[in-house]
Design a protein around this ligand. Structure first.
Ligand code: SF4
Length: 295
């Protein structure tokens, strides 16, 4: 666990996990992995110590995308696959806010898959939490972009033919500046990782293995547990190529931990620089800036 130092002390210690919990009762199925992500998000926000009114949780569509309703913060359960552009807009409009985007593998790797690389290369200062259950749960069990080859689903009755996408490896390829993987059965590690992700100054991606017992069977949790392995203590998080190897193992094991982190200018910082340049040219209003692009 991270040592508590002056730099990691909560900003406002009066906030506790319950400060971030809404009155809505989650309606996920019994045993759904998403329950085990919700509480760590509340705990991580309390650990960071931001006031609930300075937090926005933005999601797309899917079972896990119900999360904004269960947080006593600003929130938007938006449209399918669009959590990242909306979260980016919130961060640009309100840079002081802590912005969390959340959703599933179907939402973020299929219809929303085109937004992921651009949020990564822009280094928008938000935390993106992907709850990967390897299935479309809300729409009753169709194969998703992360469904393993051969698995039987509603849309693959003879077995899925397509190679699954690994979200953490994609994030590394997309120049994401903080990339981690967690499992819902490791609650303390989830809290620690989400806390680090929120504190990271830049785009932080947390890939969470979150089983769907309803459409992938009740044994999935145990099967994942048998394959997980934490990164070694001497693992270095500043080598992207090594991170690829760690994130996409070929020995049947699934690595958990922070694969990679780097600090570089964020989208808001770069936008501020451009804004100053525009002002130096005497372009001080939106109309004046837009007029540069008019014929
Ligand atoms: Fe969770 Fe699956 Fe039920 Fe959706 S369908 S709430 S992912 S268990």
């Amino acid at each position: 666990m991270t040592m508590v130092t002056a730099a990691t002390q909560p900003l406002r210690p009066e906030f506790v996990p319950a400060s971030f919990k809404s009155e809505l009762k989650p309606i996920w199925c019994k045993g759904c992995g998403n329950y085990a992500v919700l509480t760590p998000i509340h705990k991580a926000l309390a650990e960071v110590g931001v006031p609930p009114h300075e937090v926005a949780v933005i999601s797309g569509i899917g079972c896990s995308s119900r999360i904004p309703g269960y947080c006593a913060t600003y929130g938007f359960n938006s449209i399918h696959g669009r959590a990242l552009p909306i979260a980016t807009g919130v961060k640009l409009a309100k840079p002081h806010m802590t912005v969390i985007a959340a959703g599933g593998d179907g939402d973020g790797l299929s219809i929303g898959g085109g937004h992921f690389p651009h949020a990564g290369r822009r280094n928008v200062d938000i935390t993106y939490i992907m709850m990967d259950n390897e299935i479309y749960g809300l729409t009753k069990g169709q194969a998703s972009p992360s469904t393993p080859v051969g698995d039987l689903t509603k849309t693959t009755p003879y077995g899925s033919m397509d190679r699954p996408l690994d979200a953490a490896s994609l994030a590394l390829a997309y120049n994401v500046s903080f990339v981690a993987r967690c499992f819902v059965g490791e609650g303390a590690h989830l809290v620690q990782t989400i806390t680090e992700a929120i504190r990271h100054p830049g785009f932080a991606f947390v890939h969470i293995l979150s089983p769907c017992p309803t459409f992938r069977g009740v044994d999935e949790f145990k099967e994942i547990r048998q394959h997980i392995e934490f990164l070694p203590d001497d693992y270095k998080t500043d080598e992207r190529n090594a991170a690829f190897t760690a994130a996409s193992r070929t020995d049947g094991k699934i690595s958990l931990g922070v694969f990679f982190r780097e600090e570089r200018a964020t989208l808001v910082e770069n936008a501020d620089i451009l804004s100053e340049k525009a002002k130096a040219k005497g372009k001080n209003t939106i109309q004046e800036i837009f007029s540069q692009f008019m014929p």
